[in-house]
Design a protein around this ligand. Structure first.
Ligand code: COA
Length: 256
């Protein structure tokens, strides 16, 4: 539901809050839709100088709603219409994107950070991309951006083994700008966003354009999405989502 994403504008900073804390801010099609509408809308609104993404509760986000994945895997749904729009809006966003991350950032929760220009982590943050553990493949151009950012072997381990990376390591690897105490997270991220909002907006936009090729990222996303959609409909994926629903470890050895 769209109330699971709240937006608020303060002095040129548009804050997007993931607000589904009882489900660890797991992202539904409706939430992706509201996020995409807001990020796309900011492009034509000169009053928006910076976007800040944060999550309510003890976790940034547990990633894509696994129930919605399961519905696709079992043929009950065609899948999210809005996730593609959301990740493409991130790739094409010309405004500075700031993220404030506490607790877990799973799947797209971590891969969206690769599109953010400043990332502030709370000291309890844990970043993970367990796509392969769910019988899926990396998305949001992370198959390109993650190895570029942290190197192939670290990226491969994150993707293939789904290991969570703690805040301090994420900082060392260049996945974040700062690690702060949890109770300072929102203030630190808001202060950085406000500093950016006071910088000349045109120069910020031109700088970001020089640093990121949005259309190349969208092309990578398209290649990933094809694989992702195929993998979602495999027996491996059905086992992964059934195991999550039944709160047991998956057993891929029995799936051919
Ligand atoms: N999709 C849908 N619901 C989710 C969810 C997700 N990605 N992540 C958590 N939830 C729900 C749980 O089902 C639970 O719902 P319930 O209270 O109705 O049973 C609630 O959120 C709380 O989650 P819980 O697992 O009890 O919290 P936890 O603190 O023990 O563990 C996680 C948190 C994130 C480690 C764990 O929920 C998890 O592994 N989630 C799946 C992450 C994932 O694989 N995402 C997809 C990435 S591509």
């Amino acid at each position: 539901m769209t109330e699971h994403v709240r937006t608020e504008m303060t002095n040129g900073v548009l804050t997007l809050t993931l607000a589904r804390p009882d489900k660890k801010n797991a992202l539904t099609d409706a939430m992706y839709g509201k996020l995409a509408d807001t990020i796309e809308g900011a492009e034509t609104d000169p009053s928006v100088r910076v976007l800040l993404i944060r999550g309510e509760g003890d976790m940034f986000t547990a990633g894509n709603d696994v129930g919605e994945f399961a519905a696709v895997a079992t043929g009950k749904s065609e899948g999210s219409r809005n996730v593609i729009r959301f990740i493409q809006s991130l790739a094409r966003c010309t405004r500075p994107l700031v993220a404030a991350v506490q607790g877990r950032a799973v799947g797209v929760g971590t891969t969206m950070l690769l599109h953010c220009d400043l990332v502030v982590l709370a000291d309890d943050a844990l970043l993970s991309t367990p796509f392969v553990s769910l019988a899926l493949v990396p998305e949001a151009a992370s198959s390109l951006l993650m190895p570029l950012r942290i190197g192939h072997v670290r990226a491969y381990e994150m993707f293939a083994l789904g290991e969570a990376v703690p805040a301090k390591t994420a900082l060392e690897w260049g996945l974040a700008n700062r690690v702060v105490a949890l109770d300072k997270l929102d203030a630190e991220a808001a202060a950085l966003a406000q500093r950016l909002a006071r910088q000349p907006a045109g120069a910020l936009i031109a700088t970001k354009r020089l640093m990121r090729n949005g259309e190349a990222l969208v092309a990578q996303m398209t290649a990933e999405s094809e694989q992702f959609a195929q993998r979602l409909r495999t027996a491996e994926a059905r086992e992964a989502f059934m195991a999550f629903a039944e709160r047991r470890p998956p057993d891929f050895t029995k799936v051919s």
